[in-house]
Write a new protein. Structure first.
Length: 388
């Protein structure tokens, strides 16, 4: 088990080096990835070009906005604003939006654009995305359906990832004064926080409901090793999602879920810090790691440190800094000949004999890992106004 106290503190030299390499890597990608997006994950270290499809493109645009905030360099703003029009086109034409991932797509791209520059196209696109998200709310069960056609029995379920999509709805209420968006987010949170946490403080990835009665049925995995295991990235979504829930709700339940999910995550890290893709695996193991899960968790700890007091706030930030230093030293890309990403050793999906995944982006950079690594860096550098 990892002893956090023995890890070196984050110092300004390491943080500044991390910033330097992140800006360098992102700059090197602008020629190829201004009119295109980065694919969800790298292949042999380098990202293919992608159209604005799937659930991950917002993270690349978000990376550009974060670099703009770090540097003030107009080249990042111009590249990011080029992509905002694509997100508007996507939601207007309903291109690959039959799912719940509107927050992942539109918060770091279009909400960010509006917050940082007053971009009205970004505002319109994000509000349309919020409309799309609330349309997936199921009254029977009280949750936002994650995937597939609405009401489909084989997909009548929520997934833990959706906790990161809900801030889009709270933002929409703040922006328009229409309380319906936040009300849907609150109902989903009440349902999800009650069901996804197990008695040992690990989390379910997905949870099914009876389509007729709305009764909760069972928790299963989609990307974890097995139904009863703790998928590392799912646990990380629980950490960050509950911290964001507390930001909006200021309730004891959200903070309790944050404390429990974070405690489980940290207590199950291996001695060499970077988690395996599922917490079923411990040292020594030949299974791949998922650095993105640690990056997400660090962001959650830094978010929660804003809403706690005294020693706990200081400790959360100190521990997050220690973990970030390890992430930088063990996983950050510092040589553009190795990769055009930011964070090595991520895993998109790993096939096991119990799940239905195919191997995808195994031991590669993935775009959300890059984004959350950079978000953590920004949070550690400045008093940051989140896109979430």
């Amino acid at each position: 088990m990892l002893d956090l106290e023995k890890l070196a503190d984050l110092d300004s030299a390491a943080l500044n080096d991390a910033e330097k390499y992140a800006l360098m890597q992102t700059t090197s990608c602008l020629d190829r990835f201004t009119n295109f997006f980065k694919y969800s994950h790298a292949e042999n270290g380098f990202y293919p070009q992608s159209e604005n499809v799937e659930w991950t493109t917002g993270f690349w645009t978000g990376q550009l906005w974060l670099c703009y905030e770090l540097s003030g360099d107009e080249k990042f703003r111009k590249a990011a604003e080029c992509q905002v029009d694509s997100f508007y086109k996507r939601i207007i034409e309903k291109i690959d939006v039959e799912h719940h991932d509107m927050g992942f797509l539109y918060s770091p791209s279009c909400v960010a654009a509006y917050k940082l520059t007053g971009n009205e196209t970004g505002r319109k696109a994000a509000l349309l995305a919020a409309d799309n998200l609330v349309s997936r709310f199921q009254q029977k069960g009280g949750f936002i359906q994650a995937w597939g056609p609405l009401g489909a029995e084989d997909n009548y379920r929520l997934i833990i990832d959706c906790l990161l999509n809900l801030p889009l709805l709270f933002w929409a209420t703040e922006e328009t004064g229409d309380g319906h968006y936040a009300e849907i987010a609150k109902k989903h949170l009440e349902t999800a926080l009650k069901l996804v946490l197990r008695s040992d403080d690990s989390t379910y990835h997905t949870y099914y409901f009876d389509k007729t009665t709305g009764e909760p049925l069972r928790g299963v995995t989609a990307q974890g090793n097995r139904d009863g295991s703790a998928w590392a990235r799912g646990q990380a979504w629980g950490v960050y999602g509950s911290a964001l829930a507390y930001r909006y709700l200021k309730n004891d339940k959200s903070m309790d879920v944050f404390n429990r999910t974070t405690g489980y995550f940290l207590s199950h890290l291996p001695d060499d810090v970077i988690p395996y893709w599922d917490f079923d695996f411990t040292n020594p193991s030949t299974e791949p790691r998922d650095s993105s899960a640690l990056a997400i968790t660090i962001c959650g700890m830094l978010e929660a440190s804003r809403w706690t007091n005294g020693e706990k706030s200081v400790l959360l930030r100190q521990e997050a800094g220690k973990l970030f230093r390890q992430l930088y030293e063990r996983c950050a890309v510092t040589d553009p000949q190795v990769s055009d990403g930011l964070l090595l050793h991520g895993t998109y999906a790993r096939k096991s004999k119990w799940n239905t995944c195919r191997n995808r982006g195994v031991d590669e950079c993935n775009i959300w890992g890059d984004y959350y690594y950079l978000e953590a860096l920004v949070r550690l550098k400045k008093d940051w106004d989140p896109y979430w």
